[in-house]
Design a binder for this molecule. Structure first.
Ligand code: ADP
Ligand code: MG
Length: 549
């Protein structure tokens, strides 16, 4: 085992990373740090989550001249989020050094950036477009740069930044040290390396080290149309502290987040359609735990460093095994264990085998929990919680309430039973969705197609959610209040059940949209809901309810 000290880092930096909990260098760090300390150009190839930032930041910090007046280091990153992440890392690793780091990206006002640059900055981290702006305005002088880093180069390539990068490279001294990091090395990136780097040393981290042993990989075989049902069932039993669901399309992320939320599992989407600030806000909330589940596309989640993800879900199987590795690598970081769950349809089984061959790691088949198992699990959790509270024993007021009821002649066990029942009311929000037997062969394919047709029936008025319910025996209704009016699923169940006088359990899926809400009601009761003469009310707001079809 190599240590950070053996790589040539000075004691102060070793101390800092040790304090951060880095027990030993990651493979990419072990390869890159000595080369960069020696001033060599480096071509580093490794997947997300392998510790590339420290691989370049630590040697740069060590070589920094703290008395210089000009910018010495430039890091170019594809997005604002990634730039901020790198800047934070520099602060973190250099916290005992008094370094000045400036992050620059589009959409920010120029003034503060210009002022900082005048005052003096050691490290600039920025996105290509804004860097070029600042160069053109003659406020960013790169002539004294000693080290230049291109982070996530393939991502910058796919975002169309190659020309910009060449412009930036040509603004710097040919004497500089250049390090390029990328998950993949497509031809244009190699050309860039050939054209602008001096005898770059390649450090490549082999794939098989990518999936970490600390990740439990499982798959569930389900019909396409049962995926959502399977996911919600897994959500019931998996101890998710922070979950990342990958969906193939941008639209898919929004729809899935909505569906999950409507079924009692709050989730939010992260995709390229969102504005920078909306994405940032969502990420921040995910990072500090206010959002527990994020539904993202590969592109949106790319390179983002979010620790402590307990579960990664592949709602769709990725086309490319490398993408699978990428996704799954988001969990099980920094010595923690993680769970990676993949939903696959019968047609996709062969692709799963390809992935296993590629990663050389088994993905175990598991069974979706049955209704019975979920019920048992729910009950067990209630009991566990009761036991905790019994131990705590701080329910004096409640005890007085019980005694009041007992004085009225009620039986203590009966009171307790009713209280437990009341505590479980929210479970109604999470109906256990039926799952059909897995369809294999021709039959499965045909049925799969039929479903997709139904589910894809989009209608602009309803934010792209299908109007007819997916469930048999349920009728989809629409309420003219939504998220913007502060509507919550609980309100809908309570109001409809009470004011239409129907049993709460006949109310199914609830999809709260911005300005309206879709709600499924058992077909036997839908007529009764629509027949009510008086207006429905939630608090002081009245609303109408109609057939969504
Ligand atoms: P990459 O750029 O390769 O995607 P990052 O540099 O963002 O990876 O690092 C991923 C995570 O691993 C970060 O949370 C970082 O703090 C952590 N990390 C980096 N190096 C080590 C190490 N040697 N030991 C433990 N954790 C590390
Ligand atoms: Mg990175």
């Amino acid at each position: 085992m190599t240590t950070f000290t053996e790589l040539g880092l000075r004691p102060q930096l070793v101390q800092t990373v040790t304090a951060l909990g880095y027990a030993e260098p990651t493979p990419i760090q072990a390869g890159v740090i000595p080369l960069m300390l020696a001033g060599r150009d480096v071509l580093g190839q490794a997947q997300t989550g392998t510790g590339k930032t420290a691989a370049f930041a630590l040697p740069i910090l060590q070589n920094l001249d703290l008395n210089a007046y000009q910018v010495q280091t430039l890091v170019v990153a594809p997005t604002r989020e990634l730039a901020q992440q790198v800047a934070r890392a520099f602060q973190k690793y250099g916290r005992d050094m008094n370094i000045r780091v400036l992050t620059v990206y589009g959409g920010q006002s120029y003034e503060p950036q210009i002022r900082s640059l005048r005052r003096g900055v050691d490290v600039v981290v920025g996105t290509p477009g804004r860097l070029i702006d600042l160069i053109r305005r003659n406020v960013l002088d790169l002539s004294a740069i000693t080290t230049l880093v291109l982070d996530e180069a393939d991502e910058m390539l796919s975002m169309g930044f190659i020309k910009d990068i060449e412009t930036i490279l040509s603004e710097t001294s040919a004497e500089r040290q250049t390090a390029l990091f990328s998950a993949t090395l497509p031809r244009p990136i190699r050309r860039l390396a050939d054209g602008y780097m001096r005898k770059p040393q390649a450090v490549t981290i082999q794939r098989k080290q990518l999936t970490v042993a600390a990740i439990a990989q499982r798959y569930y075989l389900v019909n396409q149309r049962d995926k959502l049902a399977a996911l919600t069932r897994l959500f019931e039993v998996e101890p998710i502290t922070r979950g990342l669901i990958f969906a193939r399309t941008r639209v898919g992320t929004g729809e899935l987040a909505n569906e999950l939320t409507g079924r009692g599992f709050p989730a939010e989407a992260l995709n390229g359609d969102m504005s920078q600030s909306a994405r940032e806000q969502t990420l921040r909330r995910f990072r500090d735990g206010r959002i527990k589940v994020l539904v993202a596309t590969d592109v949106a989640a790319r390179g983002l460093d979010i620790d402590d993800i307990s579960h990664v879900f592949n709602y769709d199987l990725p086309q490319d095994p490398e993408v699978y590795v990428h996704r799954v690598g988001r969990t099980g970081r920094a010595g923690k264990t993680g769970v990676a769950i993949t939903l696959i349809t019968p047609k996709e089984e062969y692709r799963l085998r390809q992935i296993q061959k590629y990663t050389r790691q088994p993905i175990a088949r598991a069974q979706v929990p049955t209704e019975e198992e979920i019920r048992e699990h729910r009950e067990m959790k209630v009991l566990e919680e009761v036991l905790v509270w019994l131990k705590r024993g701080r329910a004096k007021r409640e005890r007085q309430m019980v005694e009041l009821l007992m004085a009225e002649g009620y039986d203590a066990a009966e009171i307790a039973a009713v209280a437990l029942k009341m505590s479980r009311r929210h479970e109604k929000q999470r109906p256990i969705m039926p799952i059909g037997p897995v369809q294999t062969g021709r039959q499965g394919r045909d049925r799969g197609k039929g479903y997709k047709k139904g589910a894809g029936k989009h209608n602009g008025r309803y934010d792209g959610v299908s109007r007819s319910s997916h469930e048999s025996g349920m009728v989809r209704l629409v309420i003219n209040l939504g998220r913007e009016h502060g509507l919550r699923p609980n309100d809908v169940v309570g109001t409809l059940a009470y004011q239409a006088n129907i049993p709460g359990k006949t109310i199914g899926k609830i999809l709260i949209q911005d300005r309206h809400t879709l709600v499924d009601v058992n077909e036997a009761y839908a007529g009764q809901v629509l027949a009510r003469k008086e207006p429905y009310r939630i608090g002081r707001k009245s609303f109408t309810i109609d057939l969504a079809a």
